[in-house]
Write a protein that binds this ligand. Structure first.
Ligand code: FDA
Length: 394
C-alpha cells in the first residue's frame, strides 16, 4: 500500500527544507525524501562552516539566468529581512562580514537545526538515506514515487534536488532527468563560482606562488568584480575569480587589473621622478605582494632602474598592470564549484509559484532551476525565496 501525502519534496537541502516547513505550516501533509545520509549537507559546509545565509543587498541583478526577470517575484515576496527575522526568532547570532554578507557567529549547524525544528513543528516527515527509484504521474492525478522505503503518493511534487556541484555531498542529476522525463527543457549546465585553471607557461610561472593573494578587478563579458585573487597550485581562485568564473567560458577574454582603481602610468611616472635609481620590482613590491611583484618583473615585465624607462615603455608596463596578459585554460569543474549554472528552463515555470506550466502539481525550486546567484549569500536567498514561493501553494 502506498502512503499518501499532500506534498513530497525531493531533497532536504536549503530550498527543500524551506518549502517543506512553509507547506507544513499551512497544514499540508509533507514528506521530504533525501538520498544522502543527513539533511542540509551543503548548508553545513557553506561559508567555511559559518553559512553565509543571505545578503542584505540581494536583488535580481545578482543572479544569472537565461531569463533575468524570472527570479524577481519570489525574491520580492521572501526577502533577506524575512530570513533574518526567522534566524533571530531562533536566537542565532550573526554578523555582516563584508558587502552585505551575513554569517552565523557560531556554526552553520544552527541554520540546519533551525530548519529541522521548523519542519518538526509543522509536522513534516523527513526520510533520510532514501533513494528514489522511479517517479510517474498517476492517472487519477498527482504522482507516485517508488523509493527504497516503499511507494509514496503525492498531490504535489517539489523537486529541490540541487545542482551538480560537489558530487561527494549528494549532488546528482536527478532533477534534470526528472524535468526531461516530464517534457521540460533543461538548459546546458556548467560549473559556476569555481577556481580557474592555468596551463603551460602561465602555470609554470605562478605555481610556486600558491597561497599569495592580492586585490584585483576581474572582468569578463561586461561584468567586473573587485576583490581578492588567490594564486593556487592549479591556477587562480579567491572571491574575484570565483565571481567572474560564472561569466567566463573557455576562449572568453578575461581581464585582470592588478592595480584596480589606480592610475598605473601616473604612479610609475611619479616613481621615476622621485626615485630614479629604484628598480621596477622594488617600486611594484610596495603596491603588490613582494613575491608576486618579483615574479612579474622576471616573467612579464623588464626589470631596470626607473630612470631607464622611456615614456612608451612606461605606458606599456602600466597597460600590462591594468590588463595582466594571463589566459585561463579552464575551470576546476563540479568537484570544487559552489554552484551549477543553467538547469531547468524557467520559460515553462511560473515565476510566482515555481509550478510547471506543463505538468500541474510539479514544482522546481532552488539550484536545479536556471537561476544562479553571485558569491556572497545570494544562492541561499534564492533557495529560501523559491522554496517559500512553492511552499505557499504546493
Ligand atoms: P542543495 O544542494 O542544498 O540540496 C539538494 C538536496 O537534494 C541535497 O541534500 C541532495 O543530497 C538531495 N538530492 C539530490 N539528488 C537526490 C535524489 N535523487 N533523491 C533524493 N535527494 C536528492 N551559497 C550561499 O548563499 N552562501 C554560502 O555561504 C555558500 N557556500 C557554499 C559552499 C560550498 C562548498 C558549496 C558547494 C556551495 C555553497 N553555496 C553557498 C551554494 C549553496 O550551497 C547552494 O546554492 C544551495 O545549497 C542550493 O540549495 P538547494 O536546496 O537548491 O540544493
Amino acid at each position: 500500500m502506498a502512503e499518501a501525502f499532500d506534498v513530497v519534496v525531493v531533497g532536504a537541502g536549503a530550498a527543500g527544507l524551506m518549502c517543506a516547513m512553509t507547506a507544513g505550516q499551512r497544514g499540508r501533509r509533507v514528506l521530504v525524501v533525501e538520498h544522502a545520509n543527513k539533511p542540509g549537507k551543503k548548508i553545513l559546509m557553506s561559508g567555511g562552516g559559518r553559512c553565509n545565509f543571505t545578503n542584505i543587498g540581494t536583488g535580481p541583478a545578482n543572479f544569472l539566468s537565461a531569463n533575468p526577470h524570472y527570479c524577481k517575484s519570489a525574491l520580492a515576496r521572501y526577502t533577506p529581512a524575512d530570513f533574518i527575522a526567522l534566524v533571530e526568532r531562533h536566537g542565532i547570532a550573526y554578523h555582516e562580514k563584508e558587502l552585505g554578507q551575513l554569517f552565523c557567529d557560531e556554526s552553520s549547524k544552527q541554520v540546519v537545526r533551525m530548519l529541522l525544528d521548523e519542519c518538526g513543528a509543522a509536522g513534516v516527515r523527513i526520510e533520510i538515506g532514501c533513494g528514489i527509484e522511479d517517479v510517474r504521474a498517476r492517472d487519477e492525478g498527482g504522482f507516485a514515487l517508488r523509493t527504497a522505503r516503499g511507494t509514496f503518493h503525492a498531490e504535489s511534487l517539489v523537486v529541490a534536488s540541487g545542482g551538480l556541484s560537489i558530487p561527494s555531498m549528494g549532488a546528482s542529476g536527478f532533477g534534470y532527468r526528472l524535468a526531461q522525463q516530464f517534457g521540460h527543457v533543461v538548459l546546458p549546465t556548467r560549473a559556476g563560482l569555481v577556481p580557474l585553471t592555468l596551463s603551460g607557461t602561465h602555470l609554470e610561472r605562478l605555481q610556486d606562488l600558491s597561497g599569495v593573494s592580492l586585490p584585483v578587478e576581474a572582468s569578463c563579458n561586461g561584468q567586473s568584480f573587485r576583490n581578492f585573487m588567490l594564486l593556487t597550485h592549479r591556477g587562480l581562485s579567491g572571491p574575484s575569480i570565483l565571481q567572474i568564473s560564472s561569466y567566463w567560458q573557455p576562449g572568453d577574454a578575461l581581464r585582470l587589473d592588478l592595480l584596480p582603481g589606480a592610475d598605473a602610468e601616473a604612479f610609475l611616472r611619479a616613481q621615476r621622478q622621485a626615485r630614479p635609481a629604484a628598480e621596477l620590482r622594488t617600486v611594484l613590491s610596495e603596491q603588490l605582494p613582494k613575491r608576486f611583484a618579483q615574479r612579474l618583473c622576471e616573467a612579464w615585465l623588464p626589470n631596470r632602474p626607473m630612470r631607464q624607462y622611456g615614456e612608451r615603455e612606461l605606458r606599456d608596463i602600466a597597460a600590462q598592470l591594468h590588463h595582466w596578459p594571463v589566459t585561463a585554460s579552464g575551470t576546476e569543474g563540479y568537484r570544487t564549484a559552489e554552484v551549477t549554472l543553467g538547469g531547468v528552463d524557467t520559460r515553462e515555470l511560473s515565476s510566482a509559484t515555481m509550478e510547471s506550466r506543463r505538468v500541474p502539481g510539479l514544482y522546481f525550486i532552488g539550484e536545479v532551476v536556471d537561476v544562479t546567484g553571485w558569491l556572497g549569500g545570494y544562492n541561499f536567498q534564492w533557495a529560501w525565496a523559491s522554496g517559500h514561493a512553492a511552499g505557499e501553494v504546493a
